[in-house]
Write a protein that binds this ligand. Sequence first.
Ligand SMILES: [Zn+2]
Length: 276
Amino acid sequence: MQLTDTHCHLYWNKFDEDREAVVQRAIAAGVTRILVPGTTIETSKQAIDLAETYEQVYAAVGVHPTDAETLNESNINELFRLAEHEKVVAIGEIGLDYYWVKDPAKQRHQKTVFNSQVQIADALNKPLVIHLREAGDTTHGPVFDDLFQQMEFWFDTWLHDNHPLGLQPGVLHSFNGDSLLALKAAGLGFFLGVTGPVTYPKNETHREMIKNLPLERLLIETDAPFLSPVPFRGKRNEPAFVRHIADKIAEIHSKSPAETASLTADNAKRLFAWGD
Ligand SMILES: [Zn+2]
């Protein structure tokens, strides 16, 4: 069984006591790739440190929308230099968060910060790891519309320039939109990241959405230390638990867990180009 965890905040202080053991448990569970995305310049550096320490770990660098005000003209070059690192395979997590940030001026600023980071992705040809969160946890609201509106400019540019990101722009991390949005995103070449909530008993509509998507468009993510899947719900999440998300997707798509794991690992390999 070969598994990939495409979203894990391994630098988080919840792993300070036993980070080495967490990585070893993941490897023992068959996890051969772990993508660690930063949320600030500081945590992006920590993600790179972990990528330099562990063969299985790769990094994404970026500033999260709830930290948007920490990125400015004086440190964006620093982010660019970090993004050039050979084990940095994506720009993220970047995006829009209207759950924690409700002030319209700050939401506009998130878009500016998002676009300046897409510019780095564009220059270095590295895909995007996108965080989207809606006020009230709706599955089809302004945050999705705003993202697609921002991306319109980029898709025009990329298709015009034959830029590889035009066909494969990145992943919508922990996607919780409805089927309509999922199919639209998939149609634009995005991968959809599936996290622990797919295992929660009440999330029947979410599972329906995932059933409507081809396996070729899905990535499996823990978002550790958050969003633990059943049977670890409420406890600290870790990359070894990615197995439980793979098993649930296998069940939804009537495939074997091994086949699901290897298909989604292939998807990740296609997107992040990290080889065998
Ligand atoms: Zn995250």
